[in-house]
Write a protein that binds this ligand. Sequence first.
Ligand SMILES: N[C@@H](CCC(=O)N[C@@H](CS)C(=O)NCC(=O)O)C(=O)O
Length: 198
Amino acid sequence: MKLIYSTASPYARTARIFVHELGLGEQVEEVFQHPFENPAELIEANPLCKVPCLIDDEGKAIFDSQVICEYLDALAGPRLFKEIHNDWHLKTLYSLTRGLLDSAVAWQQDKMREPGQRSEFWQERFIKSIDRGLEYFEQRLDELPKEFSAIHANLITVLEYLDFRHPGYQWQEKFNGLKNWWIAYKEKPSLVETQPKA
Ligand SMILES: N[C@@H](CCC(=O)N[C@@H](CS)C(=O)NCC(=O)O)C(=O)O
């Protein structure tokens, strides 16, 4: 199988964390492609031309990141979604991590526009949704699965993406509980080896 990824994409990073955590490194070849360069292979596999995109051994494409993560987990276990699949509350927390990723990425996309085309209105909405979402998690850390899970993978990806793209946001100053929670995981090899890069 082939996993098309870019080093800056937090969605791609969640899929790569799954590959590492599930011990699928031998079966999944990670191939870097930048979506903005419109690589032919990526466009053929995923009409949206977005990463990540997994191409299975039969040449069939699997996307987006959530579907890839669920597919890999089913292949290996399941492990990282095991508790989440049967629990609506945990599914909702997982969904909140996806929404936080969307807000952090949309904020970055707005920052990439020409100065006159940026929207203060939208940037404020993205920031406020991140504020409230992180606060929500800070109050519910004891409700997360005890073992490292898809929620852990995504939430850590959100936090480290904020440091990568929005260093001025300073979540570590605002959310001490989350910071202590993150410190307990941040040296895991699956996280260290998939750190975001421009
Ligand atoms: N919902 C998708 C989002 C993927 C996504 O937006 N990836 C971005 C990189 S962070 C991308 O490939 N963007 C290229 C584009 O929008 O043209 C997922 O979860 O995989």
